[in-house]
Design a protein around this ligand. Structure first.
Ligand code: DO4
Ligand code: MG
Length: 281
């Protein structure tokens, strides 16, 4: 099942998507309300949504699929992310590789719903960054016990030049207005298939010019998603409705540093396409 949020009768409500532009609203429930109820009752999200959804189908535009309580990022989960950073940042040799290979994953806090945007909404370029990059990532929506409610496409927008200046600046490179894009929908675990066999593509366009094209597969993800969630939850009771971005396997070039008006389009065919314009924040 594909679940997200739409505007229906003037309110933002959860909805079951039949295809990219048609959905059945779930009146009186936001996506957050829905997962909170599924979490409390221990109900399967798909069964609950199916029970509460209207029979009628509306023509819709997908909004951000949840107002996330928290957004977290995992880093250096793909070899290319750690080797790029070791080469680029001139850090002690193997600094990032040690994280890719280590038992403990890199985890960082992106923010709350305040910093998150949905399909079509602007992602941020910091005014003090000259190299802000999209990081296309598979993301998971989790409950209070770390159970996975769904998978979505995400963008861990990052100011790479600030991170490069000094790794201790990582929080500033990762957290700012519009630093996390999510959507268009969550796909429930029963429908996603093998999460370690998802192809992902990213394209950046500037007017009619393509400034970057790249792809990866979650087959290259160096960790099990459940293990990353396990570390996230260690002595850290993240709330139901938290989104975890699982790391990037696509590294853009310096020439494709985001400029205002660029459009970043990320696709995972089993989930959909997330497209966002970039804007100064
Ligand atoms: O270590 C820096 C951040 C890494 C990251 O965000 C990623 O690999 O996706
Ligand atoms: Mg990332």
């Amino acid at each position: 099942m594909k679940l997200g949020q739409i505007k229906s009768n003037g309110s933002v409500v959860a909805a079951i998507f039949e295809d990219t532009t048609h959905a059945r609203p779930i009146p009186d429930y936001s996506m957050y309300d829905l997962v909170i109820r599924a979490d409390k009752e221990g109900t399967d999200l798909k069964t609950l949504a199916g029970r509460l959804a209207s029979a009628h189908i509306e023509v819709v535009t997908p909004l951000i699929p949840i107002a996330p309580r928290e957004v977290w990022g995992a880093g250096c989960t793909y070899e290319i992310s750690s080797s790029f950073r070791d080469a680029e940042h001139g850090t002690r040799e193997g600094f990032y590789r040690a994280v890719f290979e280590g038992g403990r994953p890199e985890l960082f806090f992106k923010g709350t719903a305040r910093i998150a945007v949905g399909p079509g909404q602007p992602i941020g370029i910091r005014e003090d960054s000259k190299f802000t990059a999209p990081e296309p990532e598979l993301a998971v929506l989790i409950g209070s016990k770390g159970q996975i409610f769904g998978y979505t496409v995400s963008n861990d927008v990052s100011a790479w030049d600030i991170e490069k200046e000094n790794p201790l600046y990582l929080p500033q490179s990762k957290t700012f207005t519009g630093c996390a894009a999510l959507g268009p929908v969550f796909v429930t675990p029963d429908e996603i298939g093998d999460v370690y066999k998802l192809e992902m593509t990213c394209k950046i366009t500037r007017g009619d010019k393509t400034t970057f094209e790249g792809s990866t597969s979650t087959a290259k993800l160096g960790r099990k998603i459940e293990d990353i969630i396990g570390y996230l939850l260690r002595s850290n009771q993240v709330p139901c409705g938290t989104v975890l971005q699982t790391g990037t396997g696509i590294i853009v070039t310096q020439e494709s540093a985001l400029a205002p008006g660029d459009i970043v389009t990320i696709t995972i065919p089993q989930i959909g396409t997330l497209s966002n314009p970039a804007a100064m924040v």
